[in-house]
Design a protein around this ligand. Structure first.
Ligand code: EPZ
Length: 423
């Protein structure tokens, strides 16, 4: 297991490219199951989550070629069963369920494991697929969905106790593309990654209206064909580097971003007193730290609200912002594993019932800390950038799940980091 050593104190400056979105790539790769024709998908980030998805699809019979960020995938003859061992290791692989059911009339997918940010139920996914006519059974840790007479359109509400479901919306939308008749999804997730998937599906010949809003209407079609598509930029990677610049930067420029997807993140960074500037076309932004920062109160919400995937990173910034900040995660109330590790570095944070009260201190101190999940790990790297001394972050595989070459990008910006390969 690799570890990262971050020597605190370097000032970040310079320019990097933001990679394609992991959270758009995963359902789009799964959507290739819907056609026997080749799909070419560009800007797929080289991270372990996308590698897992490619392994799963290959194990199911897909023919996959990958050259740098471009994946060419052909699902001509595929099994209706996803490999148990691989699926259970990555929750997001649940999004093969909808396309597999639509293409084969049957789908066997392992129940996804929970994870440190929450128990990650799939009841909303199953509610939607059952409404389309699927029969749902559980056996041996697998979910088995069957629709012998095919799927038929339905009116479905996908709102749960914590709001909409992103991958649940993806699963139902993908299944509905080949259903007989019209499907209406109320309380759909409106994330940009859902819209990117819908654009991919419509280019394949689907008939989807309203993606990117909370009401999506899908008119089923007989078949879908292969296409070429470029994945949208990763707004959470962009947000992570924007926060890095707010913590330790005197002019960090990020290329290949999308301003429209970054509004809530930009607002939070500007409210805490730092400078964010976009170019006219909104695909390049420059962030600069301001010495007179102030605390902010944040509440995570479904898009276009402040994303839960940026909550840990903002906590790292506010831990050294001389003020009191209150951060509430309404989507994953348990998503505060990073706080215990930040407290090892001297942070003053109290977590209670899904809310963290952060009292900023002038400087954190290096300590051996442990990554626990993807975004919590990123928060530890950010906190270490200005900590006194050298911080050692173990279990780096958590970070490698969703950040493409994060150490190389930080080095390009002048950070003093080194990846140590553990035998
Ligand atoms: C997606 O996960 C993202 N992952 C997550 O990003 C992100 O945190 C999450 O959406 C919320 O924005 C990918 O897109 C691959 P949800 P997803 O279903 O779709 C509850 C990262 O860091 N819920 O939108 O699995 C659930 O417990 C990852 O990149 C149900 O109750 O999340 C949560 O409280 C982490 N029943 C809320 O809904 C269900 O059937 C939102 O979850 C499904 C979800």
């Amino acid at each position: 297991m690799d570890k990262l050593i971050v020597h605190g104190g370097a000032t970040l400056r310079g320019t990097i490219n933001i990679s394609g979105s992991k959270n758009a790539s995963l359902p789009i790769l799964a959507a290739s199951l819907l056609t026997p024709e080749p799909c070419i998908i560009r800007h797929v980030p080289d991270v372990s989550d996308t590698n897992y998805m490619i392994q799963i699809l290959s194990a199911m019979g897909a023919d996959v070629e990958r050259s740098s960020g471009t994946v060419r995938i052909t699902c001509e003859t595929i099994s209706d069963q996803a490999p148990y061992e691989l699926v259970r290791r990555m929750r997001a692989s649940i999004c093969v369920m909808g396309p597999l059911l639509a293409r084969k009339g049957r789908a066997v997918v392992s129940l996804p494991g929970g994870c440190v940010i929450g128990d990650r139920p799939v009841d909303l996914h199953l509610r939607g697929l059952e409404a389309l006519g699927a029969k749902v059974e559980f056996e041996g840790g697998n979910i088995t969905l069957t629709a012998k007479d095919g799927l038929r359109g339905a009116e479905i509400n996908l709102c749960g106790t914590h709001g909409p479901t992103v991958l649940g919306t993806d699963n139902v939308m993908m299944a509905a593309t080949l259903a007989d008749g019209m499907t209406i999804i109320e309380s759909a997730a409106a994330e940009p990654e859902v819209l990117d998937l819908a654009n991919f599906l419509n280019a394949m010949g689907a008939n989807i209206q309203g993606a990117g809003t909370q009401r999506i209407v899908i008119e089923g079609v007989k078949e879908l064909h292969g296409i070429e598509h470029t994945v949208i930029p990763d707004r959470i990677e962009a947000g992570t580097f924007m926060v890095a610049a707010a913590i330790a930067g005197e002019g960090v420029t990020l290329c290949r971003v999308c301003r429209d997807h970054l509004k809530a993140i930009t607002d939070a960074i500007e409210q805490s007193g730092h400078y964010v500037q976009f170019n006219a076309s909104g695909d390049v932004c420059t962030v600069r730290r301001n010495g007179h920062a102030r605390g902010v109160d944040l509440v995570t919400a479904p898009y276009p609200g402040f994303p839960t995937d940026m909550q840990a990173q903002m906590t790292a910034l506010l831990a050294t912002t001389p003020d009191v900040s209150i951060i509430k995660d309404t989507i994953f109330p348990q998503r505060f594993m990073h706080c215990a590790e930040l407290k090892r570095m001297g942070a003053d944070i109290k977590v209670d019932h899904g809310t963290a009260v952060v009292r900023g201190i002038p400087q954190l101190s290096a300590a051996p800390v442990m990554a626990s999940d993807l975004r919590a790990s990123a928060a530890l790297v950010l906190a270490a950038l200005t900590a006194k001394g050298s911080t050692e972050i173990i279990r780096l595989y958590h970070i490698d799940r969703g950040y493409e070459h994060i150490d190389e990008k930080l080095l390009m910006l002048g950070a003093n980091v080194e990846r140590v390969k553990e035998r």
